[in-house]
Design a protein around this ligand. Structure first.
Ligand code: PXP
Length: 251
């Protein structure tokens, strides 16, 4: 069975550019409205502990700017859980977070951190959020996600994207196979698989063609490409790449 593939647009780096000057431009809330106009299915934001991009004051403005569901990425900490329980996003995606990293490196080790993460999953679910765990495409992590009662896992495509940069589709093929197997495994366990990190016009096709996936979350590339072709055009083009790959694979 093939599920409709949603596109979540991560607008964190609109805030990164705004913060570089300390003013109000470019406004991430305006980016949320533009993403909606360009056909995004959701808005993804990561409120980091150091507030390096999205800040607390952006949360309500982003929600007001569009009617799209919000996926709040967050570290598995009490502070972020308190914020998420007040904010009540459509989805809350638990991600690993280290201050010194430039971006989210590697998936959350839900197997190793089971005792820390389980109560947070419970609290978020009680607050009405659809909990997602950002994990490596690894059978052990998926099995633990099931035990924790997570309805969604987001499979980390960072390694796939890195291998693609090194050697194109051939180099990335083994990691693509891991993503495929993980997406199938998740579906068998009743978990909805999503994927994201490092996806571009060039490398998104093979991932989009995995029929079990329900959503891709894409940010940095789209914000970068916006410099050259515009934000809405970049979103429309990634959507086209995704749809083309799905159609080819199913047909
Ligand atoms: N999904 C998750 C959980 C992430 O942490 C990120 C990066 O913030 C993305 C998707 C999007 O990755 P990128 O910005 O490389 O497209």
């Amino acid at each position: 069975m093939t599920w409709r593939l949603r596109l979540g647009v991560n607008i964190d780096h609109v805030a990164t550019i705004r913060n570089a000057r300390g003013g109000a431009h470019p406004d991430p809330a305006r980016a949320a409205a533009a993403a909606a106009a360009a056909g995004a299915d959701g808005i993804t934001i990561h409120l980091r502990e150091d507030r390096r991009h999205i800040r607390d004051g952006d949360l309500d403005a982003i929600r007001t700017a569009s009617s799209l569901p919000i996926n709040l990425e967050m570290a598995a900490t009490d502070e972020m859980t308190d914020i998420a329980c007040r904010y009540r996003p459509h989805a809350a995606c638990l991600v690993p977070e280290k201050r010194e990293e430039r971006t989210t490196e590697g998936g959350l080790d839900v197997a190793g951190l089971h005792n820390q993460i389980s109560p947070i999953v419970r609290r978020l679910r009680e607050a009405g959020a659809r909990v997602s765990l950002f994990i490596e495409p690894d059978p052990v992590q998926i099995a633990v996600a099931e035990v924790m009662g997570a309805p969604v896992v987001e499979l980390h495509t960072g390694k796939y994207a890195e291998l693609w940069i090194e050697g194109g589709a051939d180099a990335a093929a083994p990691e693509l196979a891991r993503l495929q197997a993980a997406a199938e495994d998740a579906r068998k366990r009743g978990i909805e698989p999503h994927a994201g990190h490092g996806l571009t016009f060039e490398n998104v096709g093979p991932v989009a063609a995995i029929p079990e996936l329900a959503e891709l979350n894409i940010g940095h590339f789209l914000i970068g490409e916006a410099i050259f072709i515009g934000f809405e055009a970049a979103i429309r083009e990634i959507r086209r790449c995704m749809d083309e790959a799905r159609e080819k694979a199913s047909g």
